[in-house]
Design a protein. Structure first.
Length: 234
């Protein structure tokens, strides 16, 4: 269970980083400042946590169900942003779409705040004997400085916004899928089996391959031609 939660946390952090690449440097710094302030204002609360208490939280089914609701809302916001951003690359947005786009663009997300809190708590556990305020302010400074630099560096490595937004879209789909796993929390009605249904497994891979091929040709021959026609009309 802890591994699933760690993967979700890493995916949320990476999604936040990808979203920063959609901003210019001042915008990335502004969102990173919000994250840094979250660390500063929560380090005193983080010092009162214990590993046993955190383990009890992860084993609490009701808490995981409540968390899944916030996870679903956050993923919906991020996916909606990806769709609007992708549409803005090909055609101008309407008035309502622009308003929704700006809200989603500057909304840092819900999950990034508990992820920062959990990271701060883990950092405090890993540095026993160190002053708590030093850890809190040090992590806040690291978030404020490193996050915009990582975003600009990633933007330099992948200058195509289409690839970055598609990657962000896929990451959020992964977060949604892992959220379902975390919600179940080991409470499944299915009985484990030792054998593998090779026919069903082959069918799944065939569907994935078919979807990949269809998406590839759709992007190559339809989406790009549509964008070129729209750009030629501008």
């Amino acid at each position: 269970m802890e591994i699933v939660v760690i993967i979700i946390m890493a995916s949320v952090g990476f999604s936040f980083l990808l979203k920063l690449t959609c901003h210019r440097l001042p915008g990335a710094v502004a969102l990173s400042l919000i994250a840094a302030l979250t660390v500063i204002f929560s380090y005193e609360t983080a010092t009162s946590q214990s590993k046993t208490q955190i383990a009890d939280w992860l084993e609490n089914p009701q808490l995981m169900l409540d968390t899944s609701v916030w996870l679903t809302i956050d993923v919906a916001f991020q996916i909606f942003f990806c769709i609007l951003y992708a549409k803005s690359l090909c055609s101008p947005l309407g008035r309502k779409e622009k308003a929704a786009y700006e809200i989603c663009l500057w909304f840092p997300g819900i999950l990034i705040f508990p992820v920062l809190f959990a990271s701060l708590t883990a950092l405090i556990f890993s540095l026993p004997g160190t002053d708590f305020s030093t850890i809190g302010w040090g992590m806040a400074a690291g978030v404020l400085i490193v996050m915009p630099l990582l975003a600009m560096g990633f933007k330099w490595l992948l200058p195509e916004p289409e690839i970055r937004i598609e990657l962000n879209f896929m990451i959020n789909l992964l977060i949604a899928a892992l959220g379902i796993v975390a919600t179940v929390n080991g409470r499944t009605a299915a009985t484990g089996v030792d054998s593998v249904e090779w026919t069903a497994l082959a069918g799944v891979f065939a569907l994935l391959a078919l979807g990949f091929v269809a998406g590839f040709f759709h992007n190559k021959y339809i989406t790009r031609e549509t964008c070129l026609k729209i750009n030629s009309l501008k």
